[in-house]
Design a protein around this ligand. Structure first.
Ligand SMILES: Cc1ncc(COP(=O)(O)O)c(C=O)c1O
Length: 423
């Protein structure tokens, strides 16, 4: 992954311990954290239009409703809010989640839910629970960089398979499993983002979801279904979640662990999410949460409960969809205008979510392009960060949800000015 900082510049010369490195754990010694986070620090100049972060638009935050609800929660429950709270999560939020998931044909009980301190925490618990150094996991190429960087802390081996326009290449997943089974080295799990994947925006077809479950049943491999974007569908019909399909096909389910977050559908600032799955897995994840962060702040959970239980969710999602759909349209139209076919620049389209994947001719390294683009006051995330192994260098992730429509148009114009001389 890209090195964006030089630790020498930050080393504390006062320490009496000369060799900190030798004291670090084997898992963390060579661990460099989240490359996207480091990328963002180059974007301080307010004139830069950033298509880099995965930020939802503040335009769709329910600000006035939340001010009112916040005041009520603080007035009625301030002593409890200032106190430690239950580690698995608030009962009221559990109830609201049970109801929320019914909308999506998922039927679980509260014991199948662990409240997490956001999606990234849900990933962390997953990695800690399942992975020993050297264990393998199957992931798409590319896949969500935050998942890779979270799992990386346990030093697994990523078995990456190029994603197709209709989602994971399940045929190649099968071949890999067959080979690994022969070596008695079956992967610990398969990680996918089936709806509007981060970073490509690709959605997995219905058939592939079923085939993936077949693999899970045949080889007894859990599927980790990371699902922050399911409710943000701007076109087409929803495809059932893998979790719900497993429940239907497999007598109530049990092979899929679902990772959810409120970050993209409500707001990321409260850092609340939830993992769902078989009780024994959730219980074990709860034990890990006991040892890493204890409870998720009660106030933040109460705000999420109010979002689910008191707000008109259909209305909220309709607003989000209309707003983001328009931005997506502007992005796609402007790309066509500035990058005609002969430029060799291509991009995915998506039916939802927040991201698209732009590919430039192979001779352009988007890590270098990133710094060139900064000079043109536009930014994206270099694609290399989304590969567990053997990264491709000529792609970039762009976010279309945060910038205004005018900014999106201007950003693409700047990108074209930056890229065209290199073609
Ligand atoms: C696929 C996926 N999983 C998990 C997360 C992490 O979510 P959170 O911001 O709630 O930690 C993200 C955020 O971008 C994501 O895209």
């Amino acid at each position: 992954m890209t090195k964006m900082t030089n630790p020498e510049n930050f080393r504390d010369k006062m320490t009496k311990i000369k060799n900190w490195q030798s004291r670090y754990s084997e898992n963390i010694k060579n661990y460099e954290g989240y490359p996207i986070g480091k990328t963002l620090k180059f974007l301080a100049d307010p004139e830069i239009i950033s298509l880099a972060g995965g930020l939802p638009s503040p335009e769709v935050f329910q600000k006035s409703e939340m001010r009112t609800i916040s005041e009520r929660i603080l007035n009625s429950d301030i002593e409890k809010i200032m106190q430690y709270s239950a580690i698995p999560g608030e009962q009221s939020l559990g109830d609201a989640i049970v109801d929320f998931l019914k909308r999506d044909d998922i039927f679980i009980e509260k014991k199948n839910i662990l409240i997490t301190t956001s999606g990234q925490h849900g990933l962390d618990l997953t990695g800690r629970l399942f992975l020993n150094p050297g264990d393998s996991i199957i992931v798409d190429r590319p896949t969500f960089a935050g998942a890779l960087v979270s799992f990386e802390m346990q030093r697994p081996e990523f078995i990456g398979v190029d994603i197709e326009s209709d989602g994971s290449n399940v045929k190649v997943f099968r071949q890999k499993l067959k080979e690994l089974d022969k070596q008695n080295k079956l992967p610990k799990f398969i990680y996918v983002v089936p709806d509007f994947q981060n970073p490509t925006g690709i959605t997995m077809s219905y058939e592939k979801r079923l085939q993936l479950l077949d693999l899970s049943y045949e080889y007894e491999i859990p599927i980790i279904e990371d699902s922050p974007y399911r409710d943000l569908r701007y076109y087409g019909e929803p495809i059932p979640s893998i979790y719900s399909l497993d429940q239907k096909r497999n007598d109530g389910g049990g092979n899929v662990i679902g990772l959810y977050t409120f970050s993209k559908i409500f707001c990321p600032g409260l850092r609340v999410g939830f993992n769902i799955g078989p009780y024994e897995v959730i219980e074990k994840m709860t034990n890990i949460k006991e040892g890493n962060i204890l409870n998720t702040p009660k106030y933040n959970q109460d705000m999420c409960t109010a979002f689910l239980a008191e707000m008109d969710l259909d209305d909220h999602f309709e607003k989000c969809k209309k707003y983001y759909r328009e931005k997506l349209q502007v992005f796609l139209k402007t790309m066509e205008e500035y990058f005609p076919r002969e430029t060799g620049v291509t991009w995915t389209t998506s039916e939802g979510g927040l991201f698209l994947w732009v590919s430039v001719p192979e001779h352009i390294d988007t890590n270098e392009l990133f710094f060139e683009a900064i000079k043109y006051k536009v930014a994206f995330v270099p694609g290399e960060q989304f590969y567990g192994e053997n990264p491709a260098k000529n792609h970039m992730r762009i976010n279309f949800s945060f910038s205004t429509k005018d900014q999106i148009t201007e950003a693409i114009k700047r990108l074209a000015d930056c890229i065209k001389p290199l073609l």
